[in-house]
Design a protein around this ligand. Structure first.
Ligand code: HEC
Ligand code: HEC
Length: 332
């Protein structure tokens, strides 16, 4: 208990020390993941914290001009993506990347964003809040808005025994995000014993995915991703406008590498890739079948293969079996 209190106190201290910087930059150039995870993570399923986080997630008080909330770019009905190639933020500004799904985001808590540059869900909240193209705002000013609202004041005190502040906002939203679990797809039913949950086309596609083709070299595990940083040959030689992981490490060997995305609910999260440059699953398969573009950092797993129209349909049908209808129809 004492140790826990001490750790909590230290966490607060570290948080506010960082927070008080004039130009507070929470994203270290080379994130020391274990250091941050120790202090920033709060694995609480406390329903009051989750409720508070949920309200904030859907509330446009988060943005300077009240025009958007987190859910503007992370829509529950689209598995928390926005259907756009690249997201659009405050004053219709375009954000540099495609909005990823937040389904099971808890499983990649130590390496968020397409470059894995953000080491915890708590810290991640700061990015959209401060980004000039997203909320263009300030956690302290969000806290001031919350203090004028009786219900937020009440929830904040009940959850954290303190009036709204940046700590409360970041932690509550992270708690809510950790509840976004998607594990009720047809594939899940199949894997947990209902062998009829997949039709024959989907079973053929599953075999292609796991056995005949190389997809599961990177898209494996319960989220169909090992969350490693890879180059899958999207562009020839050099990517336009985004060097991926190299933005974090400055290492040439990391140029144009991006996080392998989860494929859960992938049939409803188009357009695809970090820049939303591929619109359909069919085109994604064509990309892999072509062997990808020539690039010095392209993974050696990405090689050209032959696939006939029926097999292509099988593979897409399998990917459709990863859609979790209960997850995307949940009301908040
Ligand atoms: C203007 C659109 C927009 C808004 C508003 C927005 N996001 Fe995002 N979100 C994105 C984009 C784009 C990315 C990918 C960023 C990157 O990789 O650099 C992202 C990434 C994330 C990630 C990392 C997911 C992963 O797979 O790595 C989390 C978590 C997240 N957002 C949560 C939030 C929360 C919480 C809010 C509100 C406080 C929010 N977002 C507001 C567009 C948005
Ligand atoms: C070497 C690792 C690797 C292998 C093998 C691989 N992928 Fe990927 N996949 C990635 C990476 C990395 C991305 C994201 C690339 C980017 O955004 O620039 C991605 C993106 C995708 C996406 C888009 C998902 C989204 O939400 O944007 C789909 C769909 C996909 N892969 C399917 C497949 C299929 C099907 C196969 C097998 C034919 C396969 N992948 C093989 C690494 C891999």
């Amino acid at each position: 208990m004492v140790a826990k209190l001490k750790a909590g106190f230290l966490g607060l201290l570290v948080f506010f020390t960082f927070y008080n910087y004039e130009e507070y930059c929470f994203i270290p150039l080379k994130p020391n993941e274990s250091f941050f995870s120790q202090y920033y993570r709060e694995n609480s399923s406390d329903s009051i914290k989750v409720l508070l986080g949920q309200r904030l997630f859907f509330d446009s008080i988060m943005s300077r001009d009240y025009s958007l909330s987190c859910a503007t770019c992370h829509l529950p009905t689209k598995a928390f993506t926005d259907g756009k190639a690249k997201s659009v933020g405050i004053r219709q500004q375009q954000v540099g990347r495609n909005a990823p799904s937040l389904a099971n985001v808890v499983d990649q808590d130590s390496g968020l964003h397409w470059d894995r540059g953000v080491p915890s869900l708590e810290m991640q909240v700061l990015v959209p809040v401060q980004e000039h193209a997203e909320f263009d705002f300030d956690l302290r000013l969000i806290a001031e808005r919350m203090k004028k609202n009786v219900s937020y004041l009440h929830l904040s005190n009940k959850a954290y025994q303190i009036d709204p502040n940046p700590f409360v906002i970041t932690h509550a939203i992270a708690c809510f995000e950790r509840t976004l679990i998607s594990n009720q797809s047809k594939f899940d039913q199949y894997i947990t014993g209902d062998l009829d949950a997949l039709n024959s086309s989907q079973k053929k596609g599953m075999k292609l995915f796991f056995q005949d083709l190389y997809c599961s070299r990177c898209h494996n595990g319960k989220n169909f991703s090992n969350f490693s940083l890879q180059n899958n040959g999207l562009y020839r030689l050099k990517y336009p406008n985004d060097s991926g992981r190299m933005r974090i490490t400055y290492l040439e060997q990391d140029r144009d590498k991006f996080k392998v995305p989860s494929l859960r609910n992938v049939a409803i999260t188009s357009p695809y890739m970090h820049d939303g440059s591929i619109e359909t699953l069919e085109a994604v398969i064509d990309h892999y079948a072509s062997g990808g573009k020539i690039h010095p950092n392209k993974s050696h797993f990405i090689k050209a293969f032959d696939i006939n129209p029926e097999e292509k349909k099988n593979l897409i049908d399998f990917l459709k079996a990863l859609t979790d209808t209960s997850f995307i129809s949940k009301k908040y």
